[in-house]
Design a protein around this ligand. Structure first.
Ligand code: BTN
Length: 243
């Protein structure tokens, strides 16, 4: 496996995309101790202080149509949730599409970016930001009630190297499963670990806000919501769980 390690970088996703553009092979991982321009979904910033988290991006070249790309994000979320469960013994749940929550707070986010040619995926960059050893004061005040770290949850520092090893192991076996059998076995696992289905949700898309009951995910990873206006399927947007 090819691993590119940085002490400090703008964003591992940006570097991984540049490498992928230059033909870097599938499986290459860009990992950094610190990101100065860590990016989250929906144009947000991702706090990535030095040595405290797992900030990495994986280059993939799945031979699939662009429709299948959202399922890669869900695959990554299952891999992270399994790694957290097996390595830390914590119950990790997935909030659609890509947030990993422990005890209702976010410990990990995933940012998937892809390039396609016609309707075929050329490469996918899966960016994983896992709050491993952050302390309360490492989080900006406004997200302290929503975000947490494994260290805070376990009350001890964890070995990032061992956790990353576990994560790569889980990711690799799920990705092999995906290549052989498609998304459906991963979809079942995702459904076992999710905290979105069966809940009243609000989905904010770029143009509208919808509320309804989240009932399922489709064969290509979309979220199915029963709204007043009928059944809708979402592939993006921001989902909040209404308590
Ligand atoms: C989110 O929940 O909004 C997604 C956060 C993704 C953060 C990771 S950290 C490694 C990679 N590089 C980035 O700039 N972002 C992703």
């Amino acid at each position: 496996r090819n691993i590119v390690h940085y002490h400090e970088v703008g964003s591992t996703n940006t570097v991984a995309k540049q490498l992928a553009e230059r033909g870097e092979r599938e499986g290459t991982v860009v990992i950094a101790e610190k990101q100065t321009e860590g990016r989250g979904r929906l144009g947000r910033r991702w706090e990535s202080p030095y040595g405290k988290g797992i900030w990495l991006s994986i280059i993939l070249r799945p031979r699939v149509a662009t429709d299948a790309a959202p399922s890669i994000t869900l695959l990554a979320a299952v891999a992270v949730a399994k790694a957290i469960k097996n390595f830390c013994g914590l119950e990790a749940l997935i909030k659609w599409p890509n947030d990993i929550l422990v005890r209702g707070k976010k410990v990990c986010g995933i940012l998937t970016e892809m390039k396609a040619d016609m309707d075929v995926v050329e490469y996918v960059v899966v960016g994983i930001g896992l709050n491993a050893n952050l302390e309360v004061q490492d989080f900006p005040e406004e997200i302290r009630d929503k975000a947490t770290s494994l260290r805070i949850l376990l009350n001890k520092k964890i070995s990032r190297v061992n956790l990353v090893r576990k994560l790569f192991g889980e990711f690799e076996s799920l990705y092999n499963l995906f290549r052989e059998h498609g998304f459906s076995p991963i979809r079942s696992m995702w459904k076992e670990m999710n905290t979105t289905l069966g809940q009243q949700v609000q989905v904010n898309t770029l143009t509208s806000v919808y509320s309804g009951l989240a009932v399922d995910i489709t064969e290509d990873g979309g979220l199915v919501v029963e709204t007043k206006e009928g059944t809708k399927v979402f592939y993006g947007g921001e989902v909040s769980l209404r308590k």
